[in-house]
Design a protein around this ligand. Structure first.
Ligand code: ATP
Length: 235
């Protein structure tokens, strides 16, 4: 579904991605694991069209998408939940969710998807009239995910959904990621929390200072000494 080949991305003279290649097959949850500054967000921004690679190719459903504007990539079915959530604090929860459908015109289907988001996240339904800035961190993460679902993505890009959340909330969010996957959305999950990411992923890649240094099935990565020592706290 998504094929990334030899991607090189720079910020001025900083070489942030150094020949990154990866594949995401339809129906999979693939995780990209890495520490702070490894290049995870840079990769997601490049995939969603916010950054232009200097070299390399990105194919989505067989079509090259590098260099395409972010809006056309969203229209093709790729939707991103950015790091740090970025909800519109002064708008209501419902207005924030509806924004996710801004490129769509099918009103009846949009209403159906809104109901779907509320059934996945009953908490958002309870708080639909509240301004988004008053939500807790975990609720804002749900809101950002709900907004992304409204774009009807075939491929969902998640940037560190566990960041800043209490363990119980992380568990809830990841169970929901699994549900979204089982309902037919392919997922690329970027995480620092290797333990939880590998617990729901089919496969994973480990990125260090802009390079993929390891890849394999989730079970292989969980068993790898390198991953255990560097990302699973030696367990
Ligand atoms: P984190 O988990 O901390 O967000 P990350 O793996 O997502 O880390 P990136 O944000 O992709 O890392 O950053 C990769 C590298 O590129 C880092 O060295 C970072 O300092 C650098 N970088 C990121 N954004 C910019 C920018 N706008 N200008 C210059 N350098 C940048």
């Amino acid at each position: 579904m998504l094929s990334v080949q030899d991607l090189n991305v720079y910020y001025g003279s900083i070489h942030a991605l150094k020949g990154v290649s990866l594949e995401v097959n339809e129906g999979e949850i693939v995780t990209l694991i890495g520490a702070n500054g490894a290049g995870k967000s840079t990769l997601l921004k490049t995939l969603s069209g916010l950054l232009k690679p200097k070299e390399g190719s990105i194919h989505y459903l067989g079509n090259p998408i590098n260099g395409k504007p972010a809006q056309s990539i969203v229209k093709m079915g790729v939707s991103q939940v950015p790091e740090g959530r970025r909800v519109f604090a002064d708008m209501t929860v419902e207005e924030n969710i509806e924004l996710g459908a801004y490129l769509r015109k099918d009103k009846a289907e949009i209403d159906k998807d809104l109901k779907k988001v509320y059934s996945i996240f009953p908490r958002l339904y309870e708080r639909r009239k509240q301004t988004a800035g008053t939500l807790s961190g975990g609720e804002q993460q749900m809101l950002a995910m709900g907004r992304a679902i409204m774009a009807r993505p075939k491929l969902l890009l998640l940037d560190e959904p566990s960041m800043g959340l209490a363990p119980l909330m992380v568990k809830t969010i990841f169970e929901t990621v699994k549900d979204i996957s089982e309902a037919g959305t392919t997922i690329l999950l970027v995480e620092q929390n290797a333990h939880i990411a590998l617990s729901i992923a089919d496969r994973g890649y480990v990125i260090e200072t802009g390079r993929v240094i390891l890849s394999g099935t989730a079970a292989e990565l969980q068993a790898s000494e390198e991953v255990k020592n560097a990302y699973l706290g030696g367990h």
